[in-house]
Design a protein around this ligand. Sequence first.
Ligand SMILES: Nc1ncnc2c1ncn2[C@@H]1O[C@H](COP(=O)(O)OP(=O)(O)OP(=O)(O)O)[C@@H](O)[C@H]1O
Length: 245
Amino acid sequence: MTKLLELTDVGLNIEHNVILEDISLVLERGEILTIVGPNGAGKSSLIKLVLGLNRGHSGTIWQKPGLRIGYVPQKLHIDSVLPLTVARFMSLSHGRRITVAQALAKVGAERLADRAMQALSGGEMQRILLARALMMSPELLILDEPAQGVDVHGQTELYALIKQLTDELQCGVLMVSHDLHLVMASTHKVICLNQHICCHGEPETVARHPEFARLFGRPELAQLAVYTHHHDCDDEHHGDVRHVG
Ligand SMILES: Nc1ncnc2c1ncn2[C@@H]1O[C@H](COP(=O)(O)OP(=O)(O)OP(=O)(O)O)[C@@H](O)[C@H]1O
């Protein structure tokens, strides 16, 4: 296993408010780590720290030297009068290692190449943002609520695609999601965040954890019978997501 990212005892204060404290985690190649947590829990702040957009943290953030990171934002605002096709939008990205056509094919969106960006549906837009992030053959994909604005069926498809791409490209994925039950089948590890790490581990473990139930209520438990996750990871043996403190 190749370690891509390691956070050790990371904390963040903004204007004397504690935003994050005691965050420790490790992400390896081929692994999907999903961060769930209520509004204001610090999920986006954590992602920004990893992207180098938030400064002034304590603790250490280690990245594999030269790590190529592909980022998919929550959403992208494009001016309604800007004449911009999908292919043109994709060609504007820096550090391209594959062609626009190859990237679109990876997300099953070849037919959208000539479509105006403003004409895309929510699900199509998220696929295009994912395709754009793939253009530099990322070793780490960071996805901030990639399925926002997508209907439930589309969300399930999108998370399955992210899982498929992770297996195919053997990249690591750090993802924020509001819906644990929707990502359960597509994630290896989950961190439940509320400033600090409330609980962590395999998705079923987190969904049954009292801290998770306290934050989100119990409906998640009922979903377990529908969304079952199968994989070979063993948190106890790998110890790759740790809660310090
Ligand atoms: N630049 C900033 N200045 C002041 N406070 C900030 C700043 N950025 C984030 N915060 C605060 O940090 C807390 C965590 O915000 P963050 O956006 O990381 O949460 P989140 O878990 O992503 O929330 P949501 O699910 O609502 O998107 C919030 O209370 C927010 O107001």
